[in-house]
Design a protein around this ligand. Structure first.
Ligand code: HEC
Length: 107
């Protein structure tokens, strides 16, 4: 029994170390993010997450939104959106997701 626990703990830690696990947005994120993006919705955050996952992990792997400040994301997303060849609407969704989640304290 104890052995099983140790094995599970090791597997769990190994899994955490390998990939960035992106948080799904919840209502508290919408509340916080709508101070920066008035009218922000949960649907937009979820679309932004999907767009980020689909377009931004190919060259350098996904970067956890909490790794950088809002200012840094605002500076990086436009040139990166060009690199990723996404349209303006998608770029905006990605920006809303990473900026909102950059200040998440519960993740
Ligand atoms: C075609 C390859 C490519 C794609 C696609 C790409 N990136 Fe990048 N990204 C890079 C390269 C190369 C760098 C480092 C040099 C630079 O800043 O141009 C970088 C750097 C960054 C940095 C700065 C990291 C640091 O440590 O300062 C961020 C943030 C970033 N990318 C976010 C994104 C986001 C968000 C997307 C999706 C919209 C994206 N990237 C898509 C190639 C890419």
């Amino acid at each position: 029994m104890k052995k099983l626990f140790i094995i599970s703990a090791i597997l769990f830690l190994a899994a955490c170390g390998t990939a960035v696990k992106l948080s799904s947005a919840v209502q508290t994120d919408v509340d916080r993010g709508s101070k920066v993006f008035p009218g922000l919705t949960l649907a937009e955050l979820n679309q932004g997450k999907t767009a980020y996952e689909e377009n931004c992990g190919k060259c350098h792997g996904l970067i956890a939104p909490t790794k950088f400040s809002e200012d840094k994301w605002r500076k990086e997303v436009p040139p990166m959106a060009k690199k990723a060849k996404v349209n303006t609407a998608t770029e905006t969704l990605i920006l809303k997701y990473v900026v909102t989640m950059s200040s998440a304290t519960n993740k």
